[in-house]
Each structure stands twice: as structure tokens, then as C-alpha cells.
Design a binder for this molecule. Structure first.
Ligand code: FDP
Length: 289
């Protein structure tokens, strides 16, 4: 094997090991620490939980130790944090996605996009997400998509490769319904009329994880009259999951264009997004194009 490929593989392993290590720490924080809100808002205007800040700090601490990391950009920070000028990768991450579900004890997650050469969709080298539910599961998308689960001995055991079917059975329609466009509403109604079942918890990580592991379906967070550019953030949420869905054999679009062809002008920019298996994305395109 080529020396550079071998080196790249080793460096990626180091990043994955760091995410595994920090995930175990986040699990403990989620289990036992207080779930109160702070008096601060993040760059997108969400009120931060003490847990958001704790998880962000834990990730910052671990990634700051890695030579291969040039900078980290967190959903919870206004500015990027420079780590090592000569580092190869930029890590864009959401330390605790779906944190509004913490107080009702539903699943939440952490999302990591590993970028090489800037935070454009096309520069994603790999992406990882972690689901904190009854169990802790971790998904790594690089050349393919692999599912791991935290075991009793504190290590993540490989479970299986994840592949989407051409057509799924589940529909996860995000956004406030009274702000949907009439076309979007009709599309969602038609999908339900086709026999799809509703699966939506309000946490992007568990909702997309469910669609992936149940073989397919559609998750959408469209442009609405209250959030005309969508709610979900490209660098920390949308691109990493677009990468996972494509590597699993599905597609991810903003309604018209491939999400991974998008370039944010600011790290906290949002985009409408649709993730699904091939048949469902065809349905979206038929409405939006
Ligand atoms: P949250 O506000 O709880 O952090 O990232 C934002 C997010 O959660 C996603 O996890 C989730 O899919 C979405 O917002 C839910 O938004 P709606 O409540 O508008 O459906």
C-alpha cells in the first residue's frame, strides 16, 4: 500500500479513537450531570444547556491534543479554535445535537465532520456520529458505513456495515407544519398515502440513525416561512449526514442540488435538507425541481 494512504489511515484511526474516548465521557456526563439551561445562547441563537457546554469542552480538550487537527469548529462556539497550523484536518462538530430532548430523556447525539482543505461539502474526508440512547452506538462513514456499539468492557465493538435499501418505509418530516409550503405539505401527505410510517423524535441523530438502520425512508427539514434557509447547520449536521447517506447508498439534497456540492459562506450557515434512499429522493426532486 502507498505510504501516504497508510499514513492517512493511521491519522484517521487516531481521530476515531479520540471520538470513541470522548463519547464514553459524554455518556457519563449525560447520565449524571445537571440538565439546566445556561444564560448563554450559541451562534445560532439557541439557549445552551450546561451539558452542551460540558460536552463541547470535553471534545475541545481531546482534539486539542492531536497533531493532525488544524482547527476545530463547534456548533457551540462563535469562532473556530486553532489547534495546529500544520494539521491536516478541520473538525466541524455538534457536541450535543438534539439537546432539547435531554430533559425528556430521549436519545441525543454528537456529530463530527472531518474536513480536509476547508469546510465545503466536497472536502469531507470522513464523518462520524454517536447516538446516546439506551445504548451508545457510533457510526463511521469513510469508504463505507460501519456501525459500532459500546460494550461492557468499554470498547466499541463492530456490529455491521450499514447499507440502505432502494426504498424505505419510514418518513421523518421536520419543521413546524404551519410554516411548510403547500408543495411540501402535499409531498409529505403523498408519502404517507404511499404507506410510509411516521418516525420523528425531534433529534436529528436518532431520527436519521433509525432511517439508516431500518433500511431507508426520508428525513426532511425543508425551507419554511419561519426558517427560509432551513434550520440545520451545514458544517456540523447536514454535510456529515449527507456523507453518511451517500456512502450507505442513499442520497442527500437541498431539494434540488446535492448537499455535498454546497459551500457555506459562514461556518454556522444552514440549509434545507432531505436525506433518504433513492426512491424517496426521487419523490422530493419531482416536487422541488
Ligand atoms: P435541537 O433543536 O433539539 O438541537 O439541531 C437541531 C435539532 O435539535 C435537530 O436535532 C432536530 O432534528 C431539529 O433541531 C428539530 O427541530 P424541530 O423541533 O423544528 O422539528
Amino acid at each position: 500500500m502507498d505510504k501516504t494512504i497508510r499514513k492517512k489511515g493511521k491519522v484517521m484511526e487516531e481521530i476515531y479513537e479520540t471520538i470513541k474516548k470522548v463519547s464514553i465521557k459524554i455518556k457519563d456526563v449525560l447520565m449524571y450531570e445537571d440538565t439546566d439551561y445556561t444564560s448563554h445562547t450559541n451562534a445560532t441563537g439557541d439557549t445552551q444547556l450546561a451539558l452542551d457546554v460540558r460536552c463541547d469542552k470535553l471534545i475541545e480538550k481531546e482534539f486539542s491534543k492531536l497533531k493532525c487537527v488544524q482547527k476545530i469548529i463547534s456548533e457551540e462556539k462563535d469562532e473556530a479554535l486553532h489547534v495546529n497550523e500544520n494539521g491536516r484536518y478541520i473538525i466541524g462538530y455538534d457536541p450535543l445535537d438534539g439537546s432539547s430532548l435531554v430533559d425528556v430523556n430521549l436519545s441525543v447525539g454528537s456529530i463530527f465532520g472531518i474536513y480536509e482543505g476547508g469546510i465545503d461539502g466536497k472536502n469531507l474526508a470522513s464523518s462520524v456520529y454517536v447516538v446516546f440512547g439506551p445504548r451508545v452506538e457510533l457510526v463511521i462513514a469513510q469508504d463505507d458505513v460501519k456501525l459500532y456499539r459500546l460494550q461492557k468492557d468499554g470498547t466499541f465493538g463492530f456490529v455491521k456495515n450499514v447499507k440502505l435499501n432502494e426504498k424505505g418505509k419510514h418518513n421523518a418530516p421536520g419543521g413546524t407544519q404551519k410554516h411548510w409550503s403547500s408543495e411540501h405539505k402535499k409531498m409529505v401527505d403523498d408519502i404517507f398515502k404511499d404507506g410510509y410510517r411516521l418516525r420523528y423524535s425531534g433529534g436529528m441523530v436518532p431520527d436519521l440513525h433509525q432511517i439508516l438502520l431500518k433500511g431507508g425512508g426520508l428525513f426532511s427539514y425543508p425551507a419554511t416561512s419561519d426558517v427560509p434557509k432551513g434550520k440545520l447547520r451545514m458544517v456540523f449536521e447536514v454535510f456529515p449526514f449527507a456523507f453518511v447517506f451517500e456512502k450507505a447508498g442513499g442520497k442527500a439534497i437541498d431539494g434540488i442540488n446535492r448537499l455535498l456540492d454546497r459551500s457555506p459562506s459562514h461556518p454556522h450557515d444552514t440549509s434545507p435538507c432531505f436525506f433518504g434512499s433513492l426512491k424517496e429522493i426521487e419523490k422530493v426532486k419531482a416536487v422541488y425541481e
